[in-house]
Design a binder for this molecule. Sequence first.
Ligand SMILES: Nc1ncnc2c1ncn2[C@@H]1O[C@H](COP(=O)(O)OP(=O)(O)O)[C@@H](O)[C@H]1O
Ligand SMILES: [Mg+2]
Length: 274
Amino acid sequence: MANKILEMKNIYKTFENCEALNDVSLYVEKGETVAIIGASGSGKSTLLRSVNGLVRITKGEIVLDGEVIASSNEDTEFKGIKGGAIKQKNGSTEAKYLPDNLFKEAICETGMVFQHFNLFPHMTCLENITYAPIKVKKIPKEKAIERGLSLLEMVGLKNKREEYPAKLSGGQKQRIAIARALAMEPDIMLFDEPTSALDPEITGEVLSVMKKLADRDTTMIVVTHEMGFAKEVADRVIYMDSGRIIEEGSPEEIFYNPKTDRLKAFLSAMIKTN
Ligand SMILES: Nc1ncnc2c1ncn2[C@@H]1O[C@H](COP(=O)(O)OP(=O)(O)O)[C@@H](O)[C@H]1O
Ligand SMILES: [Mg+2]
């Protein structure tokens, strides 16, 4: 059986008066690149964020690398904890999660890259990359630096090792953010519209780093508006609308043979704006 790095089962997320995720199920196998497409507000970010705890799910189950990290299912036992729902002050519920320390350990297996790079401004590029491996993973400094330099080389920015983020272009910042996430050697990389904040002429340099990662069989989920990238690089494409997965398939199926009117309309709108 194929090796599933991530499994999300029947996930719901309700914000005050909005169903951001409505019965979403998805898996990612080792080495796969999964692209998620869909209009703004369809729940793509909420889905990614629920994997690393930035968003806590209302209902469902999340299994990361074989370990249950959240579950609202009473029958689930994880790390000695029984699953189920926790009632919140405002009357809503939240699935049970691993206790904070174990959860933090588990989500070290995910690397997240955001639309806005979120680099540490007071650290050089190399320090940005080596900080978490040294502090969190307790990797010896020399080893972290060695690996940091090879990651800088991989993203084509070895000459910027002593530079501070403020001196970099948006595309360079994003390449550093990717290197920083990879430095923790995560099992899965999560990209949330990594090129949306960039000028069109520099999105290519970031997409080509991501393509390189995909070619090296890095396991990744990429939320993107770059249909060309999804078509060319993804193994599987997921189309979301209104908090649900509407269609899922190979790039050929999604882009050349869409089944639903909603996806057809979305794709033709994307062609017009690109
Ligand atoms: N922290 C939040 N509080 C309240 N509503 C939110 C929050 N985050 C997202 N939402 C709502 O959830 C829905 C899905 O949002 P999001 O996941 O950001 O969509 P996408 O990334 O596809 O644009 C939207 O209606 C959005 O307004
Ligand atoms: Mg989003």
